[in-house]
Write a protein that binds this ligand. Sequence first.
Ligand code: SAM
Length: 467
Amino acid sequence: MTGNPQSEGSRQRARTTATPRQVAFDVLRAVTDDDAYANLLLPTRLRRARLTGADAAFATELTYGTLRRRGHYDRVIALAAGRAIDAIDPVALDVLRLGAHQLLGMSTPAHAAVGETVELTRRARAARTTGFVNAVLRTISRDDDVTWTTRLLEGVTDPDERDGIAHAHPAWIVHALREALTREGRGSELDDLLLADNTAPRVTLVALPGLCEPEALGDRTPYSTRGARSAAGDPASHPLVAAGAARVQDEGSQLAALVLSRARAVVPGERWLDLCAGPGGKAALLAAEARAGGAVLVANEVVPARAELVRKALHTIDPAVEVRVGDGRVIGVLEPETYDRILLDAPCTGLGALRRRPEARWRKTALDVAPLASLQAELLRSALAALKPGGVLAYVTCSPHPDETTAIVDDLLVERPAEVAPLDARAVLAGIARTPLDLGELAHGAAQLWPHRHGTDAMFIQLLTRR
Ligand SMILES: C[S@@+](CC[C@H](N)C(=O)[O-])C[C@H]1O[C@@H](n2cnc3c(N)ncnc32)[C@H](O)[C@@H]1O
């Protein structure tokens, strides 16, 4: 005790303030142990640790980069340690992942990457693994990423496996992305797509019609008439975002909502439904569009907590919008032929948003696809039953996986040729985009957006009408 309150205070702060590596490590542990979402957890942890500027940027790159390339680093670690990663203590493994990313994915000097990262094992009360972690990191530090990748590729002949190793994607995802691009005649773009998946997206904002104009937010985005790029820093601190007149929203999501609201002129009194609305991003834009055109929007969501987020999202735009908690699969029975326009932004694997959710690619498995595809098919049939004859239905996913996109639509069109017909989403997009969109050829007028080609999430958009 010095008796000096100020120095005691600074010591207290020093004890409670975490370093960027500690913050990244804590987030990684929460992702590994508790299935946390890094993009939700990291901002809170940065604030709590009072990290800003270069420290915050370092912690962010360390966290997201490590998580994005986790499978790659696990292969390198297994090779360097001479044992399967299952045989490595989970705490030590997360420390090794962080060290591997600094050594192979960032230009951190080896002495800092090894020394300061090894320190984390002590803090995590895993001191017994310190020697092991130190030895493995030193082995990794002897070669660069290209050399390690070449080593990992030795003897691997399957193209999906090879591209997966080269670009840190699971092979089943590479396979799905390759199929999706090939179906458009753009298979040669696969490398660009995988690279784009490993690059943090720039934050875009939507200016909600009637509440603000995109020029007030920053530079315009190329395609959406409502989009603008967020300046550096926390987008939530922009006064128009804080006031609820603008929101953070991917440009592809904006286009998906606008394709429905602008597919044809709005007739006042139209009834619109957002069937799977949580957390409310597209519902917010639809609500503003509906209000401007004199239409009435209903937002439905099956998870109560997510319906609450929709309520919050819509509050400043139109408090009169009805937000319901309900299973979209029964809406067609409960409200047949009720709506003029329906958005079905279906629950999906999210393979189109891998840039945003760094850990997602390693958490999902190929087994997730089939149950989601059957839910999507059910929701689509229910939405169709709730659509008025002549109405417009937008089937949207933030996944380009063929089983969740074209296969779902093809099955419906084959099953109900007399009841449902495709509308040309590409033509609608061409009519509303600020600059021409380079879209590949897909059946039934469907549009597929891509991170590498459009700088958006990989949104799939199919418009349908009921005969
Ligand atoms: C892709 S998200 C929608 C994103 C939203 N449109 C937005 O832009 O913010 C899909 C949503 O569907 C919801 N969902 C899943 N199954 C559902 C069901 N049977 N009925 C209604 N909603 C469902 C999920 O909880 C999730 O919130």
